[in-house]
Design a protein. Structure first.
Length: 237
């Protein structure tokens, strides 16, 4: 009897690790399941933010993993799906969603910009305000026939075009290309005698370029864009 008990006790240390071998595999399976569930929840939340269905979001992800993602990295879901669809009804649906989202975004940015303008007047009334330049869609949102003028410093043609725009007394959003600092834009405005009262009244705005000239300027300098029924169009250079 003692011999049998001793034999059983000798086997226990060998059997114990075998029983625990399954634990890491089980833990790994649970972790993978949790990660899959989290990924699905994140995808659902992102789809809902853009008012899209699960199938819409899956197609968007598939598109961005292909040639569309290479040609247009970071493209928003509504634009990507709208550009790539061959269905006219689907294109219309996505276009309407894009306009709704763009309207909401621009309203938020304009509300914040108004607060920034008010803060400039309260805190630094003697200084010209500069737009924050976060408009990802492009030119400043104004549909009342404003002009957008892209200029560089030390550019005689730019100075001549600026003078003609100011003389015409048109509302204009000025984008200074090549200077990303607020101080640089203000210094440029002072050198070119931009009317302070028109900046404060928003008839003239001073803006960071943020790469917009490359997108809209077609290599010309200076460039004037004008808002029309079909969007911003090249008006003069």
């Amino acid at each position: 009897m003692k011999k049998r008990m001793l034999t059983a006790l000798l086997w226990l240390p060998l059997l114990a690790p075998a029983a625990s071998v399954q634990t890491p595999q089980t833990h790994s399976s649970v972790t993978q399941s949790q990660q899959s569930a989290t990924g699905a929840d994140n995808a659902l939340q992102q789809a809902q933010q853009w008012s899209l269905s699960d199938s819409d979001w899956s197609r968007y992800q598939s598109l961005m993993q292909g040639s569309r993602g290479i040609m247009s990295p970071g493209l928003d879901p509504l634009t990507a799906l709208g550009v790539e669809t061959d269905n006219s009804a689907e294109r219309k649906r996505l276009a309407e969603l894009w306009v709704k989202h763009e309207y909401q975004r621009s309203e938020k940015e304009l509300a914040f910009q108004r607060e920034i303008n008010a803060a400039w007047l309260r805190l630094y009334p003697q200084m010209l305000s500069v737009n924050m330049g976060t408009n990802a869609a492009g030119i400043a949102h104004d549909y009342r026939g404003r002009l957008a003028l892209f200029v560089r410093d030390n550019c005689s043609r730019c100075d001549a075009r600026l003078a003609s725009v100011l003389a015409d007394n048109r509302p204009v959003d000025i984008y200074l290309v090549g200077d990303e600092s607020d101080e640089g834009i203000r210094a440029w405005a002072v050198r070119h005698t931009i009317p302070v009262e028109k900046v404060r009244s928003r008839q003239i705005t001073l803006n960071h370029d943020n790469g917009l000239w490359l997108r809209y300027g077609q290599g010309q300098m200076p460039v004037i864009l004008q808002q029309g029924e079909s969007g911003w169009q090249l008006a003069a250079w």
